[in-house]
Design a protein around this ligand. Structure first.
Ligand code: RET
Length: 288
């Protein structure tokens, strides 16, 4: 005879505590500061998408168009990412290891702290498009561009692992070290490889501005992780969230607008010609 296995009432998920999405939604939107850190970015991502459509309407060159599509995808991912956070879908309460500075806290009636894990997950999809646009503006090759894309995916996934590991404090920081190592590969590609290539391509002046905003801005993320509730818990969750939201404004929307203003004029440093990127050599869509 089949016997059903009794489920203990104390059964717990290995990572997430039992706060429901509705409870998390209420928790977020009861805190105006935290709520605005999400809502403002939904509005800015939407405005940036519209601005790209407007500025990009007269582009004709296929290479310039690909750069515009790449920066548009940054904001497409961003508006979805912030919708996930604002709805409570990609937020959770997790209980930190006993030696963590935030151990013992409670959030939305559950033991643990609020983790915005949707941020780390969606960076996996947004940061590659930033790097594709930057690498193309520098005039780099696809080996280097795709290497930077692979490393940013590795950086974001190991960053997600750092945020969600609850077994021991040192395993959280080990993930952080791994993620930071992958990050340094990206910094090297931008500062050394692409900077040199941009000189040859003739896009050095715009690339240098984008490079500074990107490298300085991107260093802000691990610093915030370390200061925020995931790391040393010096900053509370609303300030940490605003920190990430402000960094996102610089590294996504400001960088995007600078790129669009540059690309709209279709300068010789970025155009590829009508045949660029065709899947059938010798035939371009304009041929009849
Ligand atoms: C983490 C923690 C682990 C160590 C490092 C990190 C770096 C994150 C970065 C994120 C950049 C995000 C951007 C998003 C735009 O959509 C994961 C915080 C190194 C650099 C630019």
């Amino acid at each position: 005879m089949l016997q059903s296995i009794p489920t203990p009432s104390s059964a717990q998920h290995p990572v997430f505590q039992g706060a429901s999405q509705a409870e998390l939604f209420e928790y977020v939107h009861d805190d105006t500061l935290l709520s605005l850190s999400f809502v403002v970015n939904i509005a800015l991502a939407g405005a940036t998408i519209l601005a790209i459509v407007y500025l990009g309407r007269s582009l004709t060159d296929p290479r310039a168009k690909l750069i515009a599509v790449s920066v548009m995808l940054i904001s497409i991912v961003s508006i979805s990412s912030y919708t996930g956070l604002a709805s409570g879908l990609t937020l959770s309460v997790i209980e930190m290891p006993s030696t963590h500075p935030a151990a013992g806290q409670t959030t939305a009636g559950e033991d643990g702290v609020l983790i915005m894990w949707g941020r780390y997950l969606t960076w996996t999809f947004s940061t590659p498009f930033i790097l594709i646009a930057l690498g193309m503006i520098a005039g780099s090759n696809w080996t280097k561009i795709l290497t930077s894309v692979a490393f940013t995916i590795a950086m974001c996934i190991t960053g997600l692992a750092a945020a969600l590991t609850t077994s021991t404090l040192y395993m959280r920081w080990w993930w952080f070290v791994l993620s930071s190592t992958f990050f340094l590969v990206i910094v090297y590609i931008i500062l050394v490889e692409w900077s040199a290539e941009a000189e040859v391509t003739g896009s050095a002046s715009i690339f240098n501005t984008l490079k500074i905003l990107t490298v300085v801005g991107w260093f802000g993320y691990p610093i915030l992780w370390a200061l925020g509730v995931e790391g040393f818990a010096i900053l509370d969750v609303a300030y940490t969230s605003w920190g990430y939201s402000i960094l996102d404004v610089i590294t996504k929307y400001v960088v995007t607008m600078l790129i669009m203003f540059y690309v709209t004029n279709e300068p010789s440093a970025i155009v590829g010609g009508t045949d660029w990127g065709t899947s059938t050599p010798g035939i371009s869509p304009a041929d009849d």
